[in-house]
Design a protein around this ligand. Structure first.
Ligand code: T46
Length: 133
């Protein structure tokens, strides 16, 4: 499946912790966009789409949530709960997010600017698109 966990290096000392995140080093692409997701309640599901070309890295800055990832053949859940273990999601991966703990904050680093035309929001169209790839 086209996803993986990225372990960031943590610089910790008696003052606390610091995680540097650099495009093309810690992140496997140029970072063109950053967005945050917060104030999502535990009974809410987000996502339910795939991207034709976009790559993203999701960092859970606070709290926790679960990603359900599906490549059209297999699906897998990934629980995000700490900022030094981020989730890379490549193209053509159906994703949804659920089980947000109260107060959770996700920061998402994206390889492209926002483009709604690049989303696949219909699951059957996602499966059809995989056949022509
Ligand atoms: C993804 C998951 C993890 C913008 O105007 N610019 C942006 O950069 C983004 C990401 C969204 N928007 C607008 C589009 C919608 O009107 O914000 C609204 C909410 O977006 P959406 O419903 O797509 O949010 P999620 O949480 O379902 O999905 C988001 C990302 O869109 C998606 O790429 O992989 O987070």
């Amino acid at each position: 499946m086209n996803h993986k966990i990225i372990n960031f290096k943590v610089f910790g000392d008696e003052r606390g912790n610091l995680i540097p995140i650099e495009g093309n080093k810690d992140i496997p692409f140029d970072i063109k966009r950053v967005y945050c997701i917060y104030d999502t309640k535990p009974d809410i599901e987000r996502g339910q789409h795939a991207h034709k070309t976009l790559e993203q890295v999701v960092v859970c800055l606070h709290g926790s949530c679960t990603f359900l990832l599906d490549d059209g053949e297999k699906s897998e859940e990934v629980h995000l709960y700490r900022p030094d273990k981020a989730l890379y999601i490549g193209k053509n991966m159906w994703r949804s997010m659920h089980d947000f703990a109260y107060g959770s904050v996700l920061m998402v680093l994206a390889s492209e600017h926002y483009n709604e035309n690049e989303y696949i929001r219909d699951y059957n169209a996602f499966l059809e698109g995989l056949k022509s790839d």
